[in-house]
Design a protein around this ligand. Structure first.
Ligand code: DGL
Length: 280
């Protein structure tokens, strides 16, 4: 039994898909969630910037005496996976966990991965899936407009802007006959309905956020470290009211019930760089 909280972070609302999955399996855990909305979107940052930001967020969330961390962000998981693995507190990303999930499936046809530009550019998802499913074809699809649309509330499958963006980005997955689409960015779980409306029910969606949450839960169960009283505290580096409203909407809770605190965003590391540079 261990009542210390679990730390979760992402660039904004996307990690809530991980939080929700985690709650489904272990509802009594205490959770500290950090949405780095003040520095969003991560998907447009360079690898070196992302690696510094991963360290900053790991340090911030670790300051809450957490027992484990869910890095509920595909972009950080694919650009700083080695930093998560080396962290002094068990830190679970979403990339390896989702590739492991796919390894256990019967794959017929190409696997499509929809994620941020920085995730796809890193090649992390493609390599992790191909290493586990030799001979498979993996189609990486960057979807840069999804996160800004989601963060500004375009979530409904009937929303014309969202519908157009989904069709524009995911047509190649349809054309390739993909039978699996990995939601490699944790934000994309918030528009699952719009994605399924376009691809149809036969394309299986694998949520990287849920895969990551499951691997963290198995770790706690295996090590006997579950425990808590079901409390959640949110931090955002963006606007507190906007964050609370959006998080409340997604979690089906009254925004006023959520405990949200705003913190100033850390500066975005300024490298005079182009992608890729050597690691930080
Ligand atoms: N939700 C994050 C991810 O999983 C980051 C999205 C962004 O800020 O671009 O990749």
């Amino acid at each position: 039994m261990d009542n210390r909280p679990i730390g979760i972070f992402d660039s904004g609302l996307g990690g809530l898909t991980g939080l929700q999955a985690l709650r489904q399996y272990l509802p009594d855990e205490n959770i500290v969630y950090f949405g780095d909305t003040g520095r969003l979107p991560y998907g447009e940052k360079t690898r070196d910037q992302l690696r510094v930001m991963a360290r900053q967020n790991l340090s911030f969330i670790s300051s809450f005496n957490v027992k484990a961390i869910l890095v509920a962000c595909g972009t950080l998981s694919s650009n700083a996976g080695d930093l998560l693995e080396a962290w002094h507190i068990p830190a679970f990303g979403v990339l390896t966990a989702s590739a492991e999930h796919i390894r256990r499936l019967d794959i017929n046809g190409p696997v499509a991965v929809a994620a941020t530009a920085a995730s796809i550019r890193s090649g992390g998802y493609q390599a992790a899936i191909q290493a586990r499913c030799p001979g498979s074809t993996v189609l990486g699809i960057p979807c840069p407009d999804f996160v800004p649309l989601i963060e500004s509330g375009h979530l409904s499958p009937d929303d014309p802007l969202l519908r157009d963006a989904v069709a524009r980005y995911l047509q190649p997955a349809k054309d390739a006959g993909a039978s699996i689409l990995v939601l490699g960015c944790t934000h994309y779980g918030l528009i699952e309905a719009a994605i399924t409306a376009f691809l149809g029910p036969d394309v299986r969606l694998i949520s990287a956020a849920e895969s990551g949450a499951i691997s963290l839960c198995s770790h706690l169960l295996k090590t006997g470290k579950t425990g808590g009283s079901g409390e959640t505290k949110f931090y955002t580096s963006g606007d507190m009211v906007t964050f609370a409203r959006a998080a409340g909407f997604f979690l089906g809770r009254d925004a006023k019930e959520l405990v949200v605190e705003a913190i100033p965003p850390q500066p975005v590391p300024d490298f005079n760089d182009s992608y890729p540079l050597t690691g930080v």
